[in-house]
Structures are given as structure tokens and as C-alpha cells.
Design a protein around this ligand. Structure first.
Ligand code: PEP
Ligand code: MG
Length: 618
């Protein structure tokens, strides 16, 4: 059963406080923006299952109660399935067929009913014992697909027990009105079926920049703060809450002065975005006439429309993981081809860089045996995983290649760490091309091939890798985590997660020099590219192609239009002489203060009026 314990490892952090007091909680701001609204806690931490011995006359009513709970669960799941089919399509909705199958399993239901009579115990206890045996059996099966079905089983079990206990959880597919959701974490079924037009913001105990909830939040431009220890201990439904996704703050029951300050901030933001919108059609060009190439990072195909119509840019990073996760089976070559072709056609005449599957780390999927690892970020992730599953890899490569006949498609490989890995990857790409030749399928045999530079070893041997590729794309999200050995999803090591660290600047310069020496182009698609504080530095270092979350495109274009290339180059030269991230960041802050103070975020500082609890991020 999923843990419902949100308590922090260190009890001095985000300690529970008297419920009526205003309190500011710190987490990781993962999706920009500010929202104010009523709180809706989602979760079942109140649940307590107590064993009860039944009198003979209580047995029959207990069986009826159990049947009713199962029926209610079935109806709930059917509703979620219908909603998902409507919102996301039939394919995504099929994930709930597995849930429905479990709740319709006569064998399990009859077993529970028989045991209620035989053991004369309440339904919750008997049901949990029975499914406990199922879960143990699941744990030991060889088949990865069946093993993965454990998650579905957990979800169904939670729902049945809640129905037995009369705990009604929030129906996320139909929210009562605009609200801010707070939860320990959201399951795949919850985010997929969410009534997102009524979700003003998210706050969760767990989560990382790349967790499921986070990716959704950013894609739908919903402010979000994750990784907040103790969050669920501090909440009351209906409380007014401020979620400041930009600063990573959640303010519960704010003082009137704080509310006013934030309302003013929202107005300032709106005003700023109105200005930004007016500049959207203007070129991303510095004051001294230097053109910068902007592109979007895309997680979900449904974002493409806005990328094209609102921002008119291409796609610098198409994360393909979303085609693979939260589904019962692997996507076929045809499924993938359709998604890639559609994207290529929609963004044309701009280009799309399709990144091969980056599964592992903290992204998971349902159908392939991913070994349980002690350090998943250092394990069988991304291209390592793909090289270990050449059939799956070649299937994706064929789909990407086929899409290249329908637009400007480029392909890119994540997590390359060695020259041998690159050679193996290119060999598989060649094989995929030969397979298409044999089938007579068209593709662009001259499509640009690139690798992500996100492992320090690759940055340091970039001069060795450059001859084999057309471009590098620097993935700072991972480069920073691997260079500073700071798990990007661990709130406790967030203080070490420093994109402005001198080591990162040196790695970037190394990559640029190698690329320039070989006449190759370099882009950046990590979050650093779209962080207004650091974008000038990135430009000054020599990267002029930046790919970022669509929501960052407007502000960054406005920023670019206020910069001078000579200024940012001087900033980079000065930054390269510093010894600490703090010094580098100070230089960047100075420049931003002078050029676009609206974009300056006082990181980790609560605006005046907010009462802070212990701060673990400072
Ligand atoms: C990165 O690591 O910077 C990157 C863009 O890839 P992802 O965030 O998907 O790992
Ligand atoms: Mg990465």
C-alpha cells in the first residue's frame, strides 16, 4: 500500500504548527507562476483499519457492505476511465482496464466473502489479508508486466478500503471549482484523469523536477511546488493558500498583508506577460543585432499546437518518454511514427529534435523489465537502457526516421557517456535505416544526428565525439546533478544543485570549443537555458540556440531583446574567473537587475508578511 507518511526525515524542518497560524513551507518550485485559492487536500492519511470480531448476525450485513464497497469502486473507476478517454483518448484510458479487471475478479471477491463468514472478521481486515497474498505473489513473478500491475492493485485496494470506511476521496476528474491541490503525491491515474481546468496549482510532499506531476504541471502551465516535507500535516481543507511556483513556496492561511502583496505580484506578472506577448512576434535579437534561436521543450504532443501558434518556434527537445509511460503495452512503431510525423508536420517549417527514449532515473513505464536499482540515476537509464534493448531501440529509431520524410526531423541521444556507446548507437541507427531500405520506406538519410551532453565524461571528451555527430545539446539538468553529485530530485541536496557552479561553466566551454573546432553546432535544452538569471551567462559563454519550457519562451525573448552581446560576453568572461556558484550568481543577478528587474526572483525568500517555518533550502 502506498505510504501515507509525509513526515520529514529531519523533524526540525517544516514542523507541524497550530492550524490557524499562517505558515510558509518551502519546497522545490517546479512550475513557474503564482496561484491563490482554496485548498483541497487529496489523500487518505486519516484512514485507520481496526480489526473487529463479528457476531453471527453481523456476518450477512458485512458481506452486503463489502459488495457495496466493491460496486462503488467499480463505478468510480469506470468514471475515471470515461473521463480519461474523453480528455486524453481511448489509448490512455485503457490503463484503467487493468484496475477494472481487478475489481471485477470474482475469485478474489468470493474468497473475501467466504472468509468473512469463516473468520468472522470485518471486511476491511479480511480483504486486506486476501489482497496481501496477491501482492506477495505479484512481487515474486518473473513477468515484468505482471509485476508492474502491483501499482494498479494498490490503487484499487485503496479505493475499496476507503469505500468500506466511508472515506470519500476527492474525485479529481470533476472538481467542485477552482482549487489548489495538495497531496503526498499523485498517482498516474489521478493526474491522467484530472479536471485540470479547475486546478489552480499543485503542492506535494514527494516529487522532483521530472516527476509525473511536475511534467504535467509545466505542460499545462499550472504553478507547482513539490518536495515539501510535512505538507499534509499542516493543512485544512478550504484554507486559503498561496502557491508560489517561482520561489518554491507554499503559504498556508496567509496574513492579509501577504495576500495583498501576492495579489500585487500576480498583477505585476500579468502586466509583464502582456508586454511579453506584444513582443512574441518580434525576433529574438539582442540590442546589438545578434540573433538567438529559441525553441521549445515538449513533453506532451498536445503542447505542440501552442508552441507553433503562440510562439512560432520549433521543438528543441521532444521528450518521447510520454509515449511509453502510463500505458499497458509498449507503443508500436506505428503508434510512435504517427506521433512523430504529426509533430514534424505541425512544427514545419521549423524543425523538431526528437530525443530517443530516456527512461529510468525517476521516469518509469509499465511494460518493460526495468531492474530495481540502488541508484537509478546512475543505472540503466536512457541510452544505456536502449542499448540493452536493441529491438525496442530500433523500433523507435525506425519510427523517428520515417517521420523525417514529413518535416525537419533531427534525432538526439541522451546520456551518452563514452565513445563506444556513441558507436553502438550509431550502428543501431544505421541498422534501422537498412531495415527501412528493405521495406522501401522513405526517410531522410541526411537527417541531423546529435547527442545530449549531460554526463561530465561526454563533456570532457566532446572533441572525440564531435566528428561523429552534427550537433550537441547540453542537458544541464543532468550535467549539474552528475558534476556536483547531487541527486536532482532530492530536496535535501538541492543546495548543491548549482547550475552556476564554475565546474559547469568550464564543462560548457569545453563542449563549445570542441564543437567549434569541428564545425558543429551546440544548443542547450536543460532548464538553465530558460532561467532568466542564467540565460545571459549561457549566451555569453557562446550558446545561441536555447530550448526551454514553452512558458519560458516569452520572458526569455523579452530578456534577449534587452541584452547586448558584448555585455553578456563580458559577464561570461568574468564568471569564468569566479570560484563559487554564489559569486557567479551574484554577477548574473547584477546584470538582470540592470536589464530586466521584473524577472529577478528573490530565490528562497518569502515576500514580506509571510511567516516562515524552518528553511531547508536557504
Ligand atoms: C537535461 O538533462 O538537461 C534534459 C534536458 O533532459 P531531462 O531533463 O529530460 O533529463
Ligand atoms: Mg537529461
Amino acid at each position: 500500500m502506498p505510504s501515507t507518511d509525509c513526515s520529514p526525515k529531519d523533524s526540525t524542518k517544516n514542523e507541524p504548527v497550530a492550524p490557524e497560524r499562517p505558515v510558509t513551507l518551502r519546497g522545490i518550485g517546479v512550475s513557474d507562476g503564482i496561484a491563490i485559492g482554496p485548498l483541497l487536500p487529496v489523500g487518505r492519511r486519516e484512514r485507520q483499519v481496526v480489526e473487529k470480531e463479528l457476531l453471527p448476525e453481523e456476518i450477512e450485513p458485512e458481506i452486503v457492505r463489502f459488495r457495496q464497497a466493491v460496486d462503488a469502486t467499480r463505478r468510480e473507476l469506470q468514471r475515471v476511465r470515461d473521463h480519461t478517454a474523453q480528455a486524453l483518448g481511448e489509448k490512455e484510458a485503457r490503463i484503467f482496464d487493468a484496475h477494472l479487471m481487478i475489481v471485477g475478479d470474482d475469485f478474489l471477491i468470493e474468497e473475501v466473502i467466504a472468509r468473512i463468514s469463516a473468520r468472522r472478521r470485518n471486511a476491511e481486515i479480511v480483504f486486506l489479508e486476501a489482497v496481501g497474498r496477491y501482492m506477495d505473489a505479484f512481487k515474486n513473478v518473473e513477468d515484468a508486466y505482471l509485476r508492474e500491475r502491483q501499482t494498479d492493485l494498490h490503487d484499487v485496494v485503496d479505493r475499496v478500503v476507503d469505500n468500506l470506511l466511508g472515506i470519500s476521496d476527492v474525485d479529481l476528474s470533476s472538481l467542485p471549482g477552482p482549487c489548489i491541490l495538495a497531496a503526498h503525491d499523485f498517482s498516474a491515474s489521478q493526474t491522467a484523469g484530472m479536471d485540470r481546468h479547475n486546478v489552480l496549482a499543485f503542492a506535494t510532499c514527494l516529487g522532483s523536477r521530472t516527476s509525473h506531476t511536475t511534467i504535467m504541471a509545466r505542460a499545462f502551465e499550472i504553478p507547482a511546488v513539490v518536495g515539501i516535507p510535512g505538507l499534509m500535516d499542516q493543512l485544512r481543507a478550504g484554507d486559503t493558500v498561496i502557491v508560489d511556483g517561482t520561489r518554491g513556496l507554499v503559504i498556508l492561511r496567509p496574513e492579509p498583508a501577504t495576500l495583498r502583496r501576492y495579489e500585487a505580484l500576480i498583477e505585476e506578472r500579468k502586466e509583464w506577460f502582456r508586454k511579453v506577448e506584444q513582443e512574441l512576434s518580434l525576433p529574438a535579437q539582442t540590442r546589438d543585432g545578434f540573433r538567438v534561436q529559441l525553441a521549445a521543450n515538449v513533453e506532451l504532443p498536445e503542447e505542440i499546437d501552442a508552441v507553433r501558434s503562440t510562439y512560432g518556434v520549433g521543438v528543441g527537445l521532444f521528450r518521447t518518454e510520454y509515449l511509453f509511460i502510463n500505458r499497458a503495452t509498449l507503443p508500436s512503431e506505428e503508434d510512435q511514427f504517427e506521433a512523430y510525423r504529426k509533430t514534424a508536420e505541425e512544427v514545419f517549417p521549423q524543425s523538431v529534435i526528437i530525443r530517443s527514449l530516456d527512461i529510468g532515473g525517476d521516469k518509469f513505464f509499465s511494460d518493460i523489465a526495468v531492474p530495481q536499482e540502488l541508484n537509478p540515476f546512475l543505472g540503466m537509464r536512457a541510452v544505456r537502457f536502449c542499448l540493452s534493448q536493441p529491438e525496442v531501440f530500433r523500433c523507435q529509431l525506425r519510427a523517428i526516421l520515417r517521420a523525417s520524410a514529413f518535416g525537419k526531423v533531427r534525432v538526439m541521444f541522451p546520456m551518452i557517456a563514452t565513445q563506444e556507446e556513441l558507436a553502438q548507437t550509431l550502428a543501431l541507427l544505421k541498422q534501422a535505416m537498412q531495415e527501412l531500405d528493405e521495406r522501401g520506406e522513405p526517410y531522410n538519410s541526411h537527417l541531423d544526428i546529435g547527442i545530449m551532453i549531460e554526463v561530465p565524461s561526454a563533456a570532457l571528451i566532446a572533441h572525440r565525439l564531435a566528428p561523429y555527430v552534427d550537433f550537441f545539446s547540453i542537458g544541464t539538468n543532468d550535467l549539474v546533478q552528475y558534476a556536483l553529485a547531487a541527486d536532482r530530485s532530492n530536496p535535501d541536496t538541492a543546495y548543491l544543485y548549482q547550475p552556476g557552479h564554475p565546474s559547469i561553466l568550464r564543462l560548457i566551454r569545453e563542449v563549445l570549443e570542441a564543437a567549434w573546432a569541428h564545425g558543429k553546432w551546440v544548443s542547450m535544452c536543460g532548464e538553465m537555458a530558460g532561467d532568466p538569471l542564467l540565460t545571459p551567462l549561457v549566451l555569453g559563454l557562446g550558446i545561441h540556440e536555447l530550448s526551454m519550457s514553452p512558458v519560458a519562451l516569452g520572458p526569455i525573448k523579452t530578456l534577449v531583446r534587452r541584452l547586448n552581446m558584448y555585455e553578456v560576453e563580458a559577464l561570461a568572461a568574468e564568471a569564468l574567473r569566479q570560484g563559487t556558484a554564489r559569486e557567479v550568481t551574484e554577477l548574473c543577478r547584477d546584470l538582470l537587475r540592470r536589464t530586466a528587474p521584473e524577472l529577478l526572483v528573490a530565490e528562497n525568500s518569502a515576500p514580506a508578511g509571510a511567516t516562515c517555518t524552518e528553511n531547508r533550502c536557504a
